[in-house]
Design a protein around this ligand. Sequence first.
Ligand SMILES: Nc1ncnc2c1ncn2[C@@H]1O[C@H](COP(=O)(O)OP(=O)(O)O)[C@@H](O)[C@H]1O
Ligand SMILES: [Mg+2]
Length: 265
Amino acid sequence: MSEVLVLKLGGTTLADQAHVLDELAAVARKRPVVLVHGGGKRITEWLERLGVPSRFQDGLRVTDQAALDVAAAVLRGVVNSELVSDLRDRGVDAVGLSGVDGGFMVAERVPNLGLVAHVVGIRRDFIDTLLVAGQVAVVAPLARDEQGIVCNVNADDAAAGIAAGLGARQLVLMTDVDGIRDASGRKIATMAADEAEKLIAEGVIKGGMVPKIRAALQAVGWPGSEAVIADSSDPHALSRALDDPDFGTRITATREAAEAPAGPA
Ligand SMILES: Nc1ncnc2c1ncn2[C@@H]1O[C@H](COP(=O)(O)OP(=O)(O)O)[C@@H](O)[C@H]1O
Ligand SMILES: [Mg+2]
């Protein structure tokens, strides 16, 4: 297992996440970091501005060529460049890339969603080269499918694919809620994979939380690894996601793993 931290940030305005980037700058001095970003709200804004209609199904965007062009431009051009620049402002050596660069993310087309692909693997040597050189890799969720067509990837899925491929001990998925809520509305502190599947089947976990949980489950295949779903609006969101067992929801492969004391940081 690897000490690399894979962190996913939503695509909301960077001003809202400035404090997370401050914390990230501190973490990046101690361990390798891969930062994966979404673009949801920013892409929707640009689709509206350019008059391209958007459609969602089960929390996932249905992407035609016009929408993909806008998504690719916003993700790789606007959002990725802003994040790299914001990290460089904080003294972090960061480099932007998408899954297309270096053939880094290996993806397969998802049926019925248009130009959307699912990550099935990564070129580990390529990302390791960046991390060993002390770079924070800032990843836009775009990848080539099995036919070489550039597709959009759900950012949670991209982060999970990278975490799984690197054998990362921790995957942190930042979002706009303080964790997963059960049927009675209580926040769940720790959850094992089978419990998550049950809550999805019962419809308690829905919308954008479904791809997020599925991503988390994909990333926790390694014994001792955990995925944390946490609220980015907390002023200490990242350090709490990494160290505070009461913060957010921690997902592990098995219940025993959820109850075991956390490994060394
Ligand atoms: N059981 C649940 N617990 C918490 N949030 C849930 C649950 N089911 C659905 N959600 C929704 O999932 C949303 C997070 O997913 P999403 O909107 O895609 O955010 P992000 O931009 O972080 O990917 C929450 O804002 C919440 O409305
Ligand atoms: Mg989402």
